[in-house]
Design a protein around this ligand. Sequence first.
Ligand code: ATP
Ligand code: MG
Length: 139
Amino acid sequence: MSGTTTFTMIKPDAVKANNIGPILKMINEAGFRIKAMKYTQLTKEKAGGFYAVHAERPFYGELVDFMSSGPIVAAILEKENAVEDFRKLIGATNPAEAAEGTIRKAYATSIGENAVHGSDSDENAEIEGSYFFGMTERF
Ligand code: ATP
Ligand code: MG
């Protein structure tokens, strides 16, 4: 059975463009509840660790520079079937391929600067949530 928790970040491009509010509205209207939330900025080390699975990819350096370039919003979200439903809500990695009504269709500018992160499995949702929040910060 699939879990009820996922993890998201509103990435530096969307924070810079003043889109925290509209993105949170889309997240709430899709039925997700916010269980923990933090406005913060990643160091290069922390961004590199978060995306370590991509360390061998050609875009890794660019990705780490971008993700540490400005403030982000990290959050733990709750809903039935959270991981899959949230991936549907954010849309394809490349905004040119993102479906109408998705967050990336509305707010992403490129494949690199694509407004939001969403966990890709229940296991990663747990790992990623723990990267930002202790148990006492969750509700
Ligand atoms: P995320 O993990 O941030 O939710 P995703 O799961 O849709 O995104 P991944 O394949 O996990 O996509 O890639 C992680 C991030 O790396 C992408 O969101 C994007 O910012 C960046 N990225 C992926 N592919 C490319 C690429 N070809 N060129 C530049 N950046 C890329
Ligand atoms: Mg991913």
